[in-house]
Design a protein. Sequence first.
Length: 557
Amino acid sequence: MYDRVVVATADEVFGDGFGAVADKVADEMARGSSRETAMSVKRLRALLARRAAGPGDLFIIDLSLPEGGGATTDGFGAAFALAAELQDGADPPATILLAALAAPELRKRVDVMPRCRVFEVPDAATDFFHAVALARALARLPAAGRAAAPEPKAARKRYALLDLDVRAGGEVRATLKLRGEDRDDSRDRTATFRIDPDRLKELAARSSALRDEFSAKLERGAEWSAYVDLWHARYQELGTAVSNLLDTSQFAALYALAEDRAGKNARVRFNLDGESFGVCWEAAFKGTSWMAVDTTVIRRVSDADGRSEAQLDGGDGRLDVLVVESDPAPDARYDGPQDAQWRAEWKEKARRGFPRVPGLPQERAVFEKLDGRPNFSARILRSQDRAGRFDLRQELRDELLSPRDRPYDVVHFAGHAICPDTGPDARGYLVLAGRPNNYALPIGVFAEWLAEAGVRLAYLSCCRSAAPRATFELARKRIPLALGFSWDLDGGGAAEFAEEFYGRLLDNDLRVCRAFQETKAALHDLHRTGSPIWASPVLVTQPMEWLDVERCLGAVS
């Protein structure tokens, strides 16, 4: 395939890291041709003096290659300068630059070179297949200098997903996936780093305390307007502490690369279980901006399997929503499952009765307004203004599990939820209205109904519905997407968020993550000093690949 292969790396050729990658590529590409090595820039220039580079050559150059034997240079030193000279010729050779982590500025400078690419070698476990595939691709590129660029292919849009799995003892396993580009960039970048486990526990406690304080002020009504400015200040303090915890070189490099390559299509996803339980990662704040406003910040339950690609076959461009509007009648009795937690903790609360759910007419009006849009329909199960006996729990079950031409894409529950924040073993309940009995439905049972019905997104518009317990149950029943709120909603804002979110969902071809991030950003701009509704929503996405996430509700071009 190549006439000559030149390997320029400071590593031993059969060792780990750069040397191992270069050696494997050279073995594959130099069959039947000459192979030369250089362990410094000075030695490489000597090779070129004896035989100039040509279009049939492949150069594999370690960017940390020393100039002449001594300290290595940085990525823009002598090795990079020599590679740039090679690419400036009339018939440049194919060139692969090896780097531990390619900074955005390095990629920009390499991207304008006709037959040169950067290949990252983050550790000794690098998959050589992608490096060999890159060498083959460079061999097919035209050798006649900077020829006119070919017509762009209909490539999928770029996106980046940075998964952060926080484990016991503060270990963080980070994986960056870049997908959907013209050239092959399907290799994952990985890094492992540690954060202070004591600070992690402290942030979980601070997150919970701020949620509890928020709820207490909200319940007292009159104190809320005086408290809201203090809440914004404390939320920013919490966000700064979250950012400081993540302030490592590994996270910074991966996050910068994700933003540079994908822009607004960059996603950061934290796990919701283990040591990460309870930390309000969505609050991350640095400098003058919130991470969740600049990009999409979401969660995943790492100990629950997502749906397979075969199951996530995309949508048909329609969005069918089942809306459950549950306002428990104050004069009705309460019934619930006979489990120990219900008897011990929640039966008394239900016996005293829940307040009426505020804002239900406004939330209902959102769907009535949207129902006139193309490719959208909403079926509303109402509890308000009903006389005589009824059982919303049974109506919900029948609606979900009865035969339909196509399943509901979304179930939107608006009402009371009981989601304790006391740990991963606490169960959650949805309060379903009825007469003579209201009913506490375990979220686990609700999740089973959704899974059997093929629902893709569970939207829980109720207080504390993003509590980890509720999310665990939905994830374990293989519900791909769940949206809930970590702050109480009695202060209003639920209808405002729903209107903005569903409108943007339809405007963005049913891409749920883009709609989610745009909604948070828009409401943040509208309520910088007022309602914190922009900070409360949490989106949980189970599929590992991001295109599977986005095609849950609609096809991805």
